[in-house]
Design a protein around this ligand. Structure first.
Ligand code: 5AD
Ligand code: SF4
Length: 465
């Protein structure tokens, strides 16, 4: 399904005459990009940088130096909207004083389209997730002719397969393997902001992974809104995962986010067996109650989910993490208790807990009243978070005295005298610097001395011991 072309009202196609003019040469204009939301948005920012760089734009990390300020946005929950509005207000002044060109890109641009331009007349450019190729031209028009513009058509085929993302250095890299989503979970805006599912040619993905390995990337995360529904000719997601994990130099491969309905035995096998695929699965549950799952359009029951968890756990220790939505339309206390029940039986390594937030255009917004009060949503969310903290702390503490394998990422955020990395289960690990070098990107063994719900603290096992 592709959105129809939206024509801009004439009145919107002009900037206020009081706005100061920028130089007519777009080459070398300084662009500041702020990215909100998920890893897919981080990846999309890398694509955007590549597209802009090719056309002579340069980048600055300082918003106050920029001629162009871009926000790559997220629309998944209400608070993502509020954060953007806060940031836009900050740059409105820069617009009045210096004539900065302001662009809103990504999911919110797609979701709100003309409304956003009408309500915020200081926005010059709106570009949805399938319109990135048009961004350089739209910015050039805004800079040279003060023209406002938008590209918000969804595409059935755009995968940006030919664009080499302009990434910042580091040992972590991500690759979007598919885009869009056909699931239409009733609460979710993604199918409307990112359009229909389409998978990239595995040749391009493997080439991108090899290039990342050559650049020093050691951990790759494969991304997709519904990543395990990836399919291209004879390739399914399990084949692709193994193909990427086989690339020399790549130590670890992760993926996010899968849907429980697309989890064949071969995929479980790849996670369980391949030495370079992390033994960690993020498996969004959303709710543990069958009536709510049905309303959510998740196409599994509590029993199906627990059956899948059992199949995974039969393969030995594989860390499971999840997403939960509290207070979805009509959720009763008893139905919420079913979610608690699944949390108790599975004992996830970590859980991301969200209060339900009604999104424009979604099936739930059209079909069901958002009738659980905000305090009740909050209270349910707190109960889940408190429970999860105890479970995470217990799991982490059970590792005390044991050795975990850690990919070294750099010094810890809090102290230059400590190193930081992640375990295979994706738990943060911190240890004191010692005489023994810990090159960034290497795998080291850390003996756990202490643990909090989110972090393991330990010491390095010297390589020769
Ligand atoms: N309200 C609350 N949480 C949501 N999510 C997606 N849409 C909504 C919504 N409307 C959560 C889901 C999803 C995660 C990325 O965000 O749990 O897995
Ligand atoms: Fe949204 Fe469901 Fe698609 Fe995930 S699978 S992106 S929750 S519609």
């Amino acid at each position: 399904m592709s959105s129809s072309q939206l024509l801009m009202p004439r009145s919107l196609n002009k900037r206020p005459s009081t706005v100061p003019s920028l130089s007519s040469n777009t080459r070398g204009h300084q662009v500041y990009i702020e990215t909100f939301g998920c890893q897919m948005n981080e990846y999309d920012t890398e694509l955007l940088r590549a597209l802009l760089k090719e056309r002579g734009f340069r980048f600055t990390a300082q918003g106050e130096e920029a001629d162009v300020v871009l926000f790559n946005t997220c629309a998944i929950r209400e608070n993502a909207h509020n954060r953007l509005y806060g940031h836009l207000a900050e740059f409105k002044r820069a617009k009045q004083e210096r004539g900065v060109v302001i662009g809103v890109l990504g999911c919110m641009a797609q979701n709100l389209k003309k409304d956003l331009l009408e309500e915020r007349p200081f926005i010059d450019v709106l570009v949805g997730p399938d319109g990135y190729r048009r961004l350089p031209d739209l910015l050039t028009d805004a800079l040279e002719s003060h023209k406002r513009g938008m590209a918000v058509d969804l595409s059935e085929s755009e995968t940006y397969d030919d664009i080499v993302p302009d990434r910042t250095e580091g040992i972590n890299g991500w690759i979007a393997v598919m885009r869009g989503c056909d699931n239409f979970c009733s609460f979710c805006v993604v199918p409307y902001t990112r359009g229909r599912e389409r998978s990239r040619d595995p040749k391009g993905i493997l080439e991108e992974a090899r290039r990342l390995a050559d650049q020093g990337v050691r951990q790759i995360t494969l991304l997709g809104q519904n990543v395990n529904s990836y399919h291209y000719d004879q390739w399914d997601f399990a084949n692709l995962l193994v193909g990427v994990a086989d690339i020399s130099g790549i130590q670890r491969v992760r993926f996010t986010s899968p849907h429980p309905k697309d989890f064949p035995p071969a995929l479980i096998e790849a996670v369980a067996q391949h030495p370079h695929v992390c033994r960690h699965i993020h498996l969004p549950l959303q709710s543990g109650n069958d009536r709510i799952l049905e309303r959510m359009g998740r196409s599994y029951t509590q029993a199906d989910y627990l059956y899948l968890v059992e199949a995974i756990q039969r393969k030995g220790p594989i860390a499971l993490t999840t997403d939960i939505i509290c207070g979805f339309c009509g959720e009763t206390e008893q139905e919420f208790q079913d979610t608690m029940h699944v949390m108790r039986s599975v004992e996830f390594q970590a859980a991301f807990v969200f209060k339900y937030s009604e999104r424009k255009h979604t099936i739930a917004a059209r079909k069901y009243p958002d009738d659980v009060s905000d305090p009740v949503k909050g209270q349910r969310a707190n109960r889940l978070v408190e429970w999860q903290k105890r479970v995470s702390a217990k799991k982490n503490r059970s590792l005390t005295g044991r050795s975990v394998e850690v990919l070294v990422e750099g010094h810890s955020k809090k102290s230059q005298s400590q190193w930081m990395g992640h375990s295979e289960s994706n738990v943060t690990v911190v240890w004191d610097r010692s005489e023994t070098p810990c090159p960034v990107g290497s795998l080291v063994s850390i003996i756990v001395d202490d643990a909090s719900p989110s972090t393991l603290f330990g010491h390095l096992v010297p390589a020769d011991s």
